[in-house]
Design a protein around this ligand. Structure first.
Ligand SMILES: C[C@H](O)CC(=O)C(=O)O
Ligand SMILES: [Mn+2]
Length: 334
């Protein structure tokens, strides 16, 4: 198994879990520790990507561009990246983030919509930064469709394409099929981004590596949307045990996870009924807080909303379905 490149996305996927409340001080501390530990890429932006601070996605307490600036100023060796979702972000936010100093952009779309990413890959290459494709909700499509989509991104200039298990719905066979198919079909790198709804984030990430993945993601303490991600510190510990030396300092990661990130968690990241039902139904992890609010407002169970959203194959951008389902379930309850 080759040594993977690790991206820590505590300050982006974790942004969902802290309801977009990161402060410049938190960013400075977390980036300083990740950078000192030797983590090569640190992703910083609103959880929904650049320009995500909206009523639909959740407003940020601090401007993401101020947070990105702090991250760029603090990092000595790490590359700062941001996420970008076409339709939420526009070319001007991408240009602004590059001016501030990001050196990589991760362009995320639903896994059948790669065709809307062309202009952004072209712009990223024109601006001279690394461009990574993110095929969200990859569990919803077979490997053959993901290959078609990834090849489109490759043709647009992507340097890597990720299989993204946005719902934490994949089991290891599903990860192996998808990652190995992309490795077979692409001449660029392949990545894997896990969520832990079925308790498989670490296992699935190792399966992705066995299938040839070049890049993987983690978050400190697993702080990410919904059931969270593969904990960065645990990933490094397991890879060390497997004699795969990422060059990342484990004790620095454990300290910042324990003494900083754990204290930021409003509620612990656990596989409770809401998160398990979400992964089991194949629902997008960043729906969780919206679903919980609707469940409380209309007096229904979050797990029932998740089950119905899964049946309807809701995807990113369809957060408005959550209220419709909650109202319908409440009416049925009478
Ligand atoms: C915008 C999403 O939060 C991207 C991601 O992390 C996922 O789909 O998982
Ligand atoms: Mn995620």
């Amino acid at each position: 198994m080759k040594i993977p490149r690790l991206t820590d996305t505590t300050l982006r996927d974790g942004d969902h879990a802290v309801s977009h409340s990161y402060t410049p001080e938190m960013v400075r501390t977390i980036v300083r520790n990740l950078d000192e530990a030797g983590v090569p890429v640190i992703e910083v932006s609103h959880g929904a990507g650049l320009n995500g601070s909206t009523i639909q996605q959740g407003f940020s307490v601090h401007s993401e561009f101020d947070l990105i600036k702090v991250a760029v100023e603090t990092a000595k060796q790490a590359k700062i990246a941001s996420l970008f979702v076409p339709g939420i972000g526009t070319s001007s936010e991408l240009r602004k983030a590059v001016e501030i100093g990001i050196r990589a952009i991760r362009i995320a779309v639903h896994c059948t919509e790669a065709d809307v990413t062309e202009q952004y890959f072209r712009l990223a290459k024109e601006l001279g930064i690394e461009a990574v494709g993110f095929l969200m909700m990859s569990h919803t499509q077979p490997a053959s469709v993901l290959v078609e989509q990834a090849k489109l991104m490759e043709s647009y200039g992507a340097d890597c394409v990720y299989v993204v298990d946005s719902a934490g719905a994949l089991v290891q066979t599903g990860v192996r099929e998808r990652v190995s198919a992309l490795k077979e079909a692409l001449s660029i790198e392949v990545g894997f981004h896990a969520h832990n709804n079925l308790g498989l984030a670490i296992g699935n990430t190792l399966t992705a590596l066995e299938a040839g993945a070049d890049q993987i993601d983690g978050t400190l303490r697993g702080l990410g949307a919904g059931a969270g991600n593969a904990p960065t510190e645990v990933l490094v510990a397991v890879l060390n045990k497997m004699n795969i030396d990422t060059g990342i300092n484990l004790s620095t990661l454990m300290d910042v996870a324990e003494e900083v990130v754990a204290l930021l968690m409003k509620t612990p990241i656990v596989i409770d009924r809401d998160n398990l039902s979400s992964g089991y139904a194949g629902v997008y992890n960043s729906f969780l807080l919206h679903v919980r609010n609707a469940a409380e407002k209309f007096g229904v169970k979050a797990s029932e909303i998740m089950e119905e959203l899964g049946k309807r194959h809701a995807i990113a951008g369809q957060e408005d379905w959550i209220l419709d389902v909650a109202v319908e379930l409440a009416k049925k309850k009478g």
